[in-house]
Design a protein around this ligand. Structure first.
Ligand code: GTP
Ligand code: MG
Length: 202
């Protein structure tokens, strides 16, 4: 399930522009700054294939990366970026939701949740939207290397993620599959790649 080859293919601003070769794909979604682009780099073992930033709102398009010439990882803009103007935010919501609903080659969404901070309402809303629209999802808890901080409620990543799973259980009959990760230590990388290969059936 390892990545031997990874290349940037294209940036699209709407679903119709995305690659049309029918290869299966997995989308990384989550709040701005949650670590989507960093996780992508960790999965492909490249430092700067997807561009990352301390400032939220770095990724603004639907970015396709071809892996081993046979499937795609898709980096999406984050939601919940408070500093973005209102129109920009609703545009993002519109085009990412259109992508989820109208992309038959999308095998599963990987919804990233920051485990270094307490559960956020917007993440629960996003998860429930995906669930209601029957879009398969895997929860990926990010930044599990971070130590607890007083300003973040003084809770450990494990505690934050257990809280989130409890809240998720109120929306779903079953809890979706979930994986603990860190792009700093590469925790969870092999688990995600294995899970993706099982979802693709090869
Ligand atoms: P947008 O493109 O703005 O939506 O953000 P993103 O979700 O792609 O986040 P990005 O990968 O750019 O990372 C945001 C910040 O979080 C950067 O400063 C990263 O270095 C940091 N970061 C990402 N993943 C981890 C992690 O696993 N651990 C720690 N400690 N920091 C991380
Ligand atoms: Mg990004």
């Amino acid at each position: 399930a390892q990545v031997e080859q990874a290349e940037f293919v294209k940036s699209s601003v709407e679903t119709e522009e995305c690659p049309s070769d029918g290869k299966p794909e997995f989308a990384l979604v989550g709040r701005s700054n949650v670590g989507k682009s960093s996780l992508l780099n960790s999965l492909v073992k490249r430092k700067r294939l997807a561009l990352t930033s301390k400032k939220p709102g770095k990724t603004q398009c639907i970015n396709h990366f071809r892996i081993n010439d046979s499937w795609y990882l898709v980096d999406l803009p984050g939601y919940g970026y408070a500093a973005a103007p209102h129109e920009v935010r609703t545009d993002w919501a519109k085009f990412t939701k259109d992508y989820f609903l109208n992309r038959p080659t999308l095998v599963s969404v990987f919804l990233l949740i920051d485990a270094s901070i307490p559960a956020k309402k917007i993440d629960l809303e996003y998860a429930s939207w995906l669930g209601q629209n029957q879009i398969p999802m895997t929860l990926v808890f990010t930044k599990c290397d971070k130590r607890k901080k007083k300003k973040n409620g003084g809770r450990r990543p494990e505690e934050n993620l257990q809280d989130f799973l409890k809240l998720i259980q109120k929306f779903f009959q079953t809890v979706p599959p979930w994986i603990m990760t860190s792009s700093v230590t590469n925790q969870g990388r092999d688990e995600i790649l294995l899970h993706m290969s099982q979802l693709r059936n090869y």
